[in-house]
Design a protein around this ligand. Structure first.
Ligand code: CMP
Length: 141
């Protein structure tokens, strides 16, 4: 089915100047960028986005990292977009990420891991709506 998923190019990858290389991987895999914005997240925005991780030991470091510099946020649309994006990203820990994935090629550590992608249809719906109003999304149809 055609799905939408929320993708974030994290501060480490923005600082490395590889937004375009990452976008190219989405497009070559058949995913279309249907909404996008560059944002320097506030602490409140980052905490709200990652609310499900609030009790995890890495939460404070995660929020500090995600507010350390600008991020590029996009909604991706395409066939099986949620799983397709996760395949492109590779494992959360870049040391475990398969060769040729975004995290294997661009990420340094489990914190500075280049990209975020929604992990389920429910989180994709919440995460896309967290950053984009309906009228900021341009469906490809
Ligand atoms: P992301 O997909 O953005 O979702 C939560 C983030 O927390 C994750 O990527 C990692 O960058 C970060 N993180 C740090 N430590 C861990 C951990 N032990 N398990 C999962 N995620 C972690």
């Amino acid at each position: 089915a055609i799905e939408r998923t929320l993708s974030i190019v994290k501060p480490d990858a923005v600082a490395k100047n590889v937004i375009g290389e990452i976008y190219s991987r989405f497009e070559k895999a058949g995913l279309s960028i249907v909404a996008a914005k560059m944002v320097h997240l506030t602490q409140e925005q980052a905490e709200g986005f990652y609310a499900e991780h609030k009790e995890r030991p890495f939460f404070a470091d995660l929020v500090a990292f995600m507010t350390s510099g600008p991020v590029m946020i996009q909604a991706l649309e395409g066939e099986n977009a949620i799983a397709a994006n996760r395949d492109l990203m590779g494992a959360t820990n870049p040391k475990e990420a398969a060769a040729g994935t975004i995290r294997a090629d661009f990420a340094e550590s489990i914190d500075a891991n280049a990209v975020h992608g929604s992990d389920s249809p429910a989180s994709a719906e919440r995460e896309v709506a967290y950053f984009f109003a309906d009228n900021e999304i341009c469906p490809r149809g």
